[in-house]
Design a protein around this ligand. Sequence first.
Ligand SMILES: Cc1ncc(COP(=O)(O)O)c(C=O)c1O
Length: 396
Amino acid sequence: MTRTGLRAVEEWPDLVPYLLAGSGQGHNLATGMPLVHPPVAELVRSAFRRAVEDASFTRRVSLYHGVLGDPELRERLARLYGEHYALPVTAEEVLITPGAQAAFHAVSALAAARGRRVVFFAPEYPGYRTHPEVRYDMLLPEVVEQGDREFRYLPPAGRLDPDVGAVIVSRPANPSGNVIGDAALAALAGECASVGALLVVDNAYGPPIPGLAYRDMGLPWGDNVVCVQSFSKGALAGERLGFVLAPAPVVRELGELQARVATFPPQLVQFAAAILLRDGRYVELCGGELRDAYQERHRLVRDRLAAGLTVPYRVHAVDGGQFAWVRLPGLAGRTAELFFTLLDRGVLVAPAAPFYLPHLHDDPHARQCVRIGVTAPAEAIIAGLDIFTEVVNEHG
Ligand SMILES: Cc1ncc(COP(=O)(O)O)c(C=O)c1O
């Protein structure tokens, strides 16, 4: 492996696992693909059928529409999230976006316009770093060990200043699976408010859509809080549909930024989503069978690691999402190097470094962690982890 090759891996954007997935070779445990659960996929198919057959079809797909999103969908989402989290959400506080990713870019554009920086807590999803004019900064979390096998990241307190325009946290987190506790998140929202920053909570894996949290969680609400949601893990990743819950002035500001790029999100998928929410079946499946299927995969990964690894390791508490985040404290070298050894053996895992900004690449967790996706087929997980544990046992 060359130094350039190592640097390229350490600076992966999160797109790389998707691109690698296309090769179809080996056991891809770096994947960020959603799990396809046929009952949810079928429900989506029938919602699209109804959308296409509806009398409003031609009007919807042939004309231009409102910038903030389909009124029925905004109303249904406000009611669903308001009821689920006991929050006073109204339709004016919902912005529909062409995927959550679009909302993150709009948040960065907002920070750029205000000349303020965007802060993350390591490790964090690289997909938020989209804007060439934004200064992105990253702070290390507190690490708490739990029992013999687990650890947990806690957001650092008292580290923000008035130069910060937004703090973005994934919750459930990619890569760690962490769900920051409600009290810690409320404290963070308060700290953000005290310096005039937005707290942006990426709930792309959280309930009720798609429902992939394995720990009880609330959502924060307030003048400076922006919650970003996604339909991607609810069988709609290909159709690009997300939404933001935020105070109406923030919704309008983000909507204006979005309008400059996309004018408004596509109509048919918004209508299909509104149809999906007309009864409780979709949400019930997301929080039920779909969540169970993800949890089953998490158990498979845990069991395989426990059975195979003879060297010390710890995993981050699996509070939600689709990744296991594993620390190998005795590893000789970095997981970015281990990546190449595993690649030679036909196994892909995501090394830790891309989830850290470069100035933190020497942090022990940036050197010693790997992200293992749980959505590969079960056979690939079993075969891939057998090779992974064998290789790791040789390297410490
Ligand atoms: C933490 C996190 N947020 C957001 C997204 C992307 O959501 P969307 O597909 O709606 O853009 C992903 C994608 O995997 C993710 O891992």
